[in-house]
Design a protein around this ligand. Structure first.
Ligand code: PLP
Length: 284
C-alpha cells in the first residue's frame, strides 16, 4: 500500500515520522476520515470545512490548500486502486524540541494520508444491527474538535466489548447520551420522531449527522434536536448511529436490553438506503 507523508508517496514500510513529532508526543493533531464509494469521495467538501475548523480552533498551521488535499486523496485512491473504503488524513503540529509551549511558527506541520480498503455498503453489521453498552463520558470538554487524542474512546470501546457489546455510548453527568466512540447517536421514539443531541462542545459535529438530518426531514420524518437519556433509549422504538465509515448503522440493544424488536428498524433501514443512494450520487 502506498501512503502519503509530507509531500511524498511511499510504500507504507518506507514511511517515516520523527519521534519528536508533536502528534506522537502530545496528541497535538487533528484528523478526518472520508468514505470512498465507487472510487469517489463522499462528502469531501464538508470534511475539508471541518478540518479547517479543527485546525483553527487549535491554532495549527494549514499543511496544504483544499485543492492540493483533494489531489492527494485522488492520487492515493488511484495508486491503491481503492474502490470502496476510507481515506484517513492527519495533520500534526510537526517535529520540535519537546516543550508544552507550541514550537516556533516556522515549524512545518506534518501531513499524513493513507487508504483502508473496506466493505462499507454491504456490511454484516448493517443487516443484524449492533449492540451498545453505556459508559460515562470522561473525555475533555472540546469534543467538537476532531483531535487524535482518542485514548478514552478506545478504552470505552474495550469496556463495551468486555460486556459483550460492539461499541459504547458515552453518557454525560445528567444521564444523557452524548455520542458513540466514533459516531453520533440517535433514537426513534414511539411516536416516530427522530431524536439526536444538539451540537455543542460535547460532541463531534458529524458530517454524516448533518446529511442524515437533512435527508430525514426531506423524507417527512419529524426531527427533534435534543438530548435523550439512557432510560429513553431503552424504551425507544429504534436506535442507530452515524459516521463516515458506518453510514447509518442500526443499534438493536443497549446494556443487554433489546431496543424495539431487536432487529434493524424501518426508519434505520430507510435512512441507511437513502443516505447511501445520495452519497453515491453526490460523491466526487
Ligand atoms: N463522533 C465521534 C466522536 C467521531 O469520532 C465520529 C467520526 O469519527 C463521529 C461522531 C461521526 O462523524 P462523521 O459522520 O463526520 O464521520
Amino acid at each position: 500500500r502506498t501512503v502519503y507523508v509530507n509531500g511524498s508517496y511511499v510504500a507504507q514500510e518506507e514511511a517515516k515520522i520523527s519521534v519528536f513529532d508533536r502528534g506522537f508526543l502530545f496528541a497535538d493533531g487533528v484528523y478526518e476520515v472520508t468514505a470512498v464509494l465507487g472510487g469517489k469521495l463522499v462528502d469531501f467538501a464538508p470534511h475539508m470545512q471541518r478540518l479547517r475548523r479543527s485546525l483553527s480552533e487549535l491554532a495549527l498551521p494549514s499543511p496544504a490548500g483544499d485543492e492540493e488535499i483533494l489531489s492527494i486523496h485522488r492520487e492515493l485512491t488511484e495508486r491503491n486502486r481503492l474502490v470502496e473504503g476510507l481515506i484517513y488524513l492527519q495533520v500534526t503540529r510537526g517535529a520540535a524540541e519537546r516543550d508544552f509551549a507550541y514550537p516556533p511558527e516556522d515549524t512545518k506541520p506534518s501531513l499524513v494520508l493513507f487508504t483502508q480498503a473496506k466493505t462499507l455498503r454491504e456490511t454484516p453489521a448493517s443487516k443484524t444491527g449492533i449492540a451498545v453498552a453505556t459508559v460515562p463520558d470522561l473525555r475533555w470538554k472540546r469534543c467538537d474538535i476532531k483531535t487524535v487524542q482518542l485514548l478514552y474512546p478506545s478504552m470505552a470501546k474495550m469496556a463495551a466489548k468486555a460486556k459483550g457489546a460492539d461499541d459504547a455510548w458515552m453518557v454525560d453527568e445528567d444521564g444523557f447520551v452524548t455520542e458513540g466512540t466514533s459516531n453520533n447517536a440517535y433514537i426513534v421514539t414511539g411516536q416516530g420522531k427522530l431524536v439526536t443531541r444538539h451540537l455543542s462542545h460535547d460532541i463531534l459535529h458529524g458530517i454524516t449527522r448533518a446529511a442524515v438530518i437533512q435527508l430525514a426531514e426531506a423524507e417527512g420524518i419529524d426531527v427533534e434536536i435534543r438530548p435523550f437519556s439512557v432510560e429513553e433509549a431503552r424504551q425507544a422504538r429504534e436506535a442507530f448511529v452515524t459516521s463516515a465509515s458506518g453510514f447509518v448503522m442500526p443499534v438493536v440493544s443497549i446494556d443487554g436490553e433489546t431496543i424495539g424488536t431487536g432487529t434493524p428498524g424501518t426508519f434505520s433501514r430507510r435512512l441507511r438506503a437513502v443516505y447511501i443512494a445520495e452519497a453515491e450520487k453526490s460523491a466526487i
